[in-house]
Design a protein around this ligand. Structure first.
Ligand code: CO
Length: 132
């Protein structure tokens, strides 16, 4: 599906503010954007590492998928996002190869990107996002 690079790594945290000192003061990364994605019930914070980003995900509601993830597995790496030139085409290719899709069509994510998720059942247990 013509992946160019890892667009970002999503990390589930209980509290973004509590994590900023580690990312900024220890790793020396600069948080360049904090944004709430209402339909996913998360607050996100972004750091750049080369052309890849770290995306911290804090639940804004108890029924957020991130809240459920933290409840089940604890804080930590939540998903990996690959950059592709065309999310719809990549989804169609994945489906044609038997991959179970979470999103049948691309939708809007943070930073105005087109995104879609593949189901971990079909991706060796890593929640996988395609991003354009
Ligand atoms: Co993401």
């Amino acid at each position: 599906m013509d992946i160019s690079h890892i667009e970002h790594i999503g990390i589930a945290v209980k509290n973004i503010d509590a994590c900023l000192p580690y990312y900024e003061n220890v790793l020396g990364l600069k948080c360049y954007n904090i944004e709430e994605v209402a339909d996913q019930k998360v607050k996100t914070a972004f750091f750049k590492v080369g052309q890849t980003k770290i995306e911290l995900l804090e639940p804004t509601s108890e029924d957020s998928t991130i809240a459920k993830f933290i409840e089940k597995k604890g804080e930590g790496i939540h998903h990996i996002a690959f950059a592709v030139p065309d999310v719809a085409a990549a989804l169609a290719e994945a489906e044609s190869k038997g991959v179970q899709l979470i999103d049948k069509a691309p939708r809007g994510g943070a930073e105005g990107l087109n995104i879609a998720f593949l189901h971990p059942k079909s991706t060796c247990s890593v929640l996988t996002e395609l991003c354009q």
